[in-house]
Design a protein around this ligand. Structure first.
Ligand code: SAM
Length: 428
């Protein structure tokens, strides 16, 4: 059996072991037909609804010309400062420190997922460009400290807009970019950049672009989109930011926690708080009646105290509302399914990025987790008749975290006409 198959099998095994309760989708309480009606009939909705109680989006009749051109939604000031402060205060850890972390392979594995997702959609964009070497313009929305800069470099893009609410992270991103540029020995010039500090759930970012008429090919929002589900106006605002400068055929991609998974685990454990030695989720809403917006929970990873609230992303609402902004869902995959689909193509990168832990560990090394965390790998190796079989895996605890997440990709539709009231109509 090839090494490739071994890796696959072991990871699949880990997934099965860490079965996180694949249950029937959990329907939030407020999937009211009127709400959907309003989402499907843009002319009857408002771009600035009443500050919502999550269960009552309370749409009013729209007064502005078009959904895309309406002003940023007004929403109550709630958690944005808390979130910005949290990220501003995060310590910048060196590579050595990061490598000692209990969740080093989990972080690397998530980085691999992001790399594969970015490559997948950059490849589609390049294929669709008629002109060889055509410019590729990207917006890394909620870019953080610039963890994806090297991915953009490898992807050969032309221009990158980096935006984030946390000024300290954005400065670190800028410094990282300068560092890459100063150390770049490539003959090809590195992509150009612009950095925008702002809350993408409350501010129209286009007004801050150096060229507001820019046509973007890709908008990427990694591990951040869920912050927008605090309220309907915030979701509307981020969707408009994602969509309005995308060219038809361009993509909006990202990674988010899967609401079904978070709620199903709470129900399975019969508790608002659950987790293992590397993560803990504390849910702040009724898991039997989750609201559409503002379903707040706390996600703590690797024992780091975290008072930063996160919000459940109810995916069907995202898909419905995205259509209003001309975004059509292309696909969404749980991380384990995305891995299944991409593992062969990404096997080389998986190794290079050290995204899996070797089992059994080499003599001089210790396992990252406890012995029980590798029972699945032990069992697998034990069943193999060959001697000295080495497999790549994630510890069960880390896999339980990874299997919470999913990828998504939307494509920007062509705007074909406009209703009398200015509502755009997109090609389906
Ligand atoms: C988990 S980090 C992810 C950073 C980066 N995308 C990555 O994958 O490495 C989440 C980021 O989202 C940013 N963020 C959260 N809410 C935001 C908002 N409303 N507007 C802009 N950025 C936001 C945070 O400041 C933080 O940098």
């Amino acid at each position: 059996m090839s090494e490739l198959n071994e890796l696959e099998k072991t990871l699949v095994l880990a997934a099965a072991e860490a079965d996180s309760g694949h249950q029937e989708p959990v329907e939030p309480a407020e999937t009211k037909p009127e709400f959907y009606k309003n989402l499907t009939q843009p002319e009857r909705t408002t771009s600035s609804p009443e500050p919502d109680t999550p269960s009552n989006p309370n749409p009013k009749k729209r007064t502005r010309d078009s959904l895309e051109d309406s002003p940023p939604a007004k929403c109550p000031s709630t958690y944005s400062n808390v979130i910005a402060n949290h990220y501003n205060q995060l310590e910048e850890k060196g590579i050595q420190e990061r490598f000692k972390s209990r969740i080093v392979y989990l972080r690397n594995f998530h980085n691999w997922i992001k790399s594969m997702l970015i490559n997948e959609y950059l490849s589609k964009i390049k294929t669709n460009k008629k002109q060889y070497n055509a410019a590729i313009r990207v917006h890394d929305m909620c870019c953080g400290k610039g963890g994806d800069l090297s991915k953009w470099k490898k992807g050969g893009i032309t221009h990158l807009i980096c935006s984030d609410i946390a000024s300290v992270s954005l400065e670190q991103c800028r410094a990282r970019y300068e560092d890459i540029r100063n150390h770049s020995r490539d003959r090809q010039p590195l992509f150009t950049t612009e950095f925008i500090e702002g809350d993408c759930t409350r501010v129209r970012l286009r007004e801050k672009y150096s060229d507001p008429s820019i046509g973007l090919d890709l908008v990427s929002c990694q591990f951040s989109f869920h912050y927008s589900f605090e309220s309907l106006p915030q979701l509307e605002c981020i969707l408009r930011n994602a969509a309005e400068c995308l060219q038809p055929g361009g993509y909006f991609i990202g990674t988010i926690p899967d609401a079904y998974e978070l709620v199903a685990r709470a129900r399975k454990h019969g508790s608002q708080t659950y987790g293992n030695d590397v993560y803990e989720v504390s849910i702040d809403f009724d898991v039997h009646k989750p609201p559409l917006f503002g379903a707040k929970y706390n996600f703590q990873l690797d024992g780091v105290v975290n008072n930063c609230p996160e919000f459940l992303v109810y995916f069907p609402v995202l898909v419905k509302l995205a259509k209003k902004y001309g975004l059509r869902l292309v696909r969404a995959d749980k991380f384990q399914d995305y891995f299944e689909r991409m593992k062969e193509e990404g096997m080389h990168l998986l190794r290079n990025m050290r995204s899996l832990e070797g089992f059994p560990p080499p003599e001089s090394c210790r396992l990252n987790g406890s012995e029980e965390d590798y029972e699945h790998a032990k069992e697998y190796v034990g069943k193999d008749s060959r001697r000295n079989v080495l497999v790549g895996t994630l510890s069960k605890s880390e896999w339980e975290v990874s299997s919470i997440y999913k990828t998504f990709a939307f494509e920007k539709m062509k705007r074909v006409s406009m209703k009398e009231d200015g509502t755009p109509i997109f090609e389906i």
